[in-house]
Structures are given as C-alpha cells and as structure tokens.
Design a protein around this ligand. Structure first.
Ligand code: NDP
Length: 325
C-alpha cells in the first residue's frame, strides 16, 4: 500500500501521520508535493483560531508546489510542474502540509518559467497576495512621487510587497513593530522605516497631512484607519489582511474629500487570468536574491510548531516547508 506523510488536524490539534494514498480526497490531479509554505491562515488552522477549519480530519497548508503524478485533466500530464494557492485548500480540502495532494485541475497554475518549486513557495500565498496588491494599486494609477506604505512589513505579505515595490522603483516606507528588522527591510529595498505605533495611535482629527502615495495594508484595524487619514489626494490603499484586527473605525472623509480608494484584495478566489498574470509578474519583478533573502526552510514537524508564532507576529519573512525533509 502506497503511503505518504502529512500533518493531520483534528479538533484536539495537529499530528504528523503516515496515510494511505487512497485516503486523499476526490480530485482529477494527483500531485507529488515538493514544498508548501507557512501562511497566517495556516497559523489560524493549526491553533484552531477563527474556526478556519470546520471539517476534521484536515490536512492544513493553503499552498504547495510539486510535480504531477497522475492526471485525468487533459491540461496536465505526469511530470508537469505546478503550484496551487487558495481555493479553500488547507481549509475545506486537504492541503499542502503533506507529501501528496489530490485536487481539481481548475485550481492549479503551471509553474512559471524562471521559478523553481522552492522559489514558488518562498513566494507562496503571501507573496502572491503581495503581487495582487501591487497589481490593484497599479490599476488605480500608483505614482512614484510619494512614499508607498507597506504595513506588517517584516511579515510574509509585507516583506514580499516591500521587495516588489522597491524593485519597481517606488519609494517604499516599511511600517513595522520590529525595529530590529530595519536592516532586513532596508536590504529588501525599503527607503524608510516607520514605527507601526505611529499609524495606530489615537487621533482626534479625521484627517492628517497628505503623506502616502499608495499603501499595502495587511494589518487592518486601527492601523488601516490611521493610514487612511494620511493618504494623499486621489491615491489608493490595497487592504488584504487583519493581523491587527478585523474592525475598521473610520470616517468617510478620506474617500469623499480626498478621493481615496480602498481596494479589497482577496487571493483565495482570484480568477485564473489574474492569477497567471500575477505569477508571471512575480517571476519577472522579484529579484532572485530577494526571494533568497525572505525565506527560511523547515520540515513538516517544525512547521506544525510555528502556528502560534506566526499569529504572534514573530515569524520573519517567509517560511518554506520542505515536506520531504
Ligand atoms: P505574517 O504573520 O507573516 O505577517 C503579519 C505582520 O503583521 C507581522 O509580521 C507584523 O509585522 C504585523 N502584525 C502582526 N500582529 C500585529 C498587530 N497586532 N498590530 C499591528 N501589526 C501586526 O502574516 P502574513 O503576511 O502571511 O499575512 C498577513 C495578513 O494578510 C493576515 O491577516 C492574513 O490573513 C492576510 N492575508 C490575506 C490574504 C487574502 O487573500 N485576503 C492572503 C494572504 C494573507 P511587523 O512585525 O513588521 O510589525
């Protein structure tokens, strides 16, 4: 009987197990996984927070990259290299913290030329989301004349967003609660470091001076409310996360007096043409050295233990999970 190793989530928590391949869920493509990665949502799943997983047993891991082993989908053949992010994988359908996955061919993206399987997961769901934020800002006329703010900059989405925006020539200001990571953020291309408390501090006035020419926000809550007050006329904010809270207490003034746009960015159900465009841009716009700089590599067992760490904001950059280590 052919078996594979996987992290299996039960209501009591995660364990590492050997499972028969026949236990995999229905799907038309069987993938031999090389790498997955640790994302904020995996932290929620591994710790049971926010009930992102409601069906047990579940294999967590919202993304993976690997090689097709068997396929009933005419678009994919054995040995094709593929990646997957989102679609509820690792939440409702068994995910990437495993040596194998069986999924719908509709969810797969062919590995873009120029990226290795490991590089694809050093980018992973978080980096893909960062690129979606950049695309959203570009579509709304992002300019290079003012600071572009990235919040949660030392984390996964934030660090990749800093690297992409800097590479594209935007003056990036990185907001972080970890001043000790200033050198890391400057190496990724940040021109200025901002203490994140400055954004979330209570303020009497609904508007402050116009400062930022664009923003990628992964934090939400008071941080998003604070940065909205400081957006320059006609600029946009790509909002994609809730690491600091899911509530948003603000006024309509930035929108109706300064024409600021709040752009929601979701990576889970992104339509396929935009997915492919984002991955092509990641393959060209993110310097290889930057991909190396943001990543650390761990095995399945270590990944399991990092759930509480990523939720506490203690993980730097991106964690690649080598499922065969
Ligand atoms: P990380 O944990 O890697 O990064 C989050 C960063 O946010 C931390 O590193 C920290 O940055 C900052 N942060 C954490 N807690 C707080 C807090 N209480 N107040 C202010 N800042 C805080 O997570 P990811 O980058 O993987 O994900 C970031 C967010 O984006 C999450 O909310 C996640 O759910 C969301 N996301 C959404 C997606 C979508 O499709 N909508 C897809 C991917 C992610 P620092 O130390 O620099 O201050």
């Amino acid at each position: 009987m052919e078996t594979f190793r996987a992290v299996v989530l039960e209501e009591a928590g995660p364990t590492l197990r050997e499972l028969p391949v026949s236990a995999l869920p229905e799907g038309d493509v069987l993938v031999s996984i090389a790498y997955s990665s640790l994302n904020y949502k995996d932290g929620l799943a591994l710790t049971g927070r926010n009930r992102v997983v409601r069906r047990f047993p579940m294999v967590p891991g919202v993304d993976f990259a690997g090689t097709v082993e068997q396929s009933r989908d005419p678009r994919y053949r054995p040995d094709d290299r593929v990646l997957l992010t989102g679609w509820g994988v690792g939440e409702r359908h068994w995910g990437g913290f495993a040596q194998k996955a069986r999924v719908s061919g509709d969810w797969l993206v062919p590995l873009p030329s120029g990226l290795s399987l490991q590089e694809a997961m050093a980018i992973g769901s978080a980096g893909f989301t960062a690129m979606l934020c950049v695309l959203a800002l570009e579509d709304h006329g992002l300019g290079r004349d003012r600071e572009v703010l990235v919040t949660g900059a030392a984390g996964g989405v934030g660090s990749v967003a800093v690297a992409i925006l800097a590479r594209l020539g935007y003056p990036v200001t990185a907001a972080t609660g970890r001043p000790e990571e200033a050198a890391f953020l400057e190496a990724l291309g940040a021109q200025a470091i901002l203490d994140r408390r400055e954004l979330s501090a209570p303020m009497d006035k609904p508007l402050a001076s116009e400062r930022f020419g664009g923003a990628v926000d992964v934090v939400g809550g008071d941080t998003l409310a604070g940065l909205l007050r400081q957006m320059a006329y006609g600029t946009s904010v790509a909002a994609t996360g809730l690491a600091g809270g899911r509530e948003l207490h603000t006024t309509v003034l930035p929108f109706i007096l300064r024409g600021v746009s709040l752009l929601g960015v979701d990576s889970v159900r992104t339509p396929m043409p935009r997915r492919k465009r984002a991955w092509e841009r990641l393959a060209t716009d993110l310097p290889r050295g930057m991909i190396q700089a943001v990543q650390q590599v761990v095995g399945l067992e270590a990944a399991m233990a990092l759930g509480p760490e990523i939720l506490a904001g203690r993980v730097k950059g991106r964690v690649v999970v080598d499922v065969n280590a």
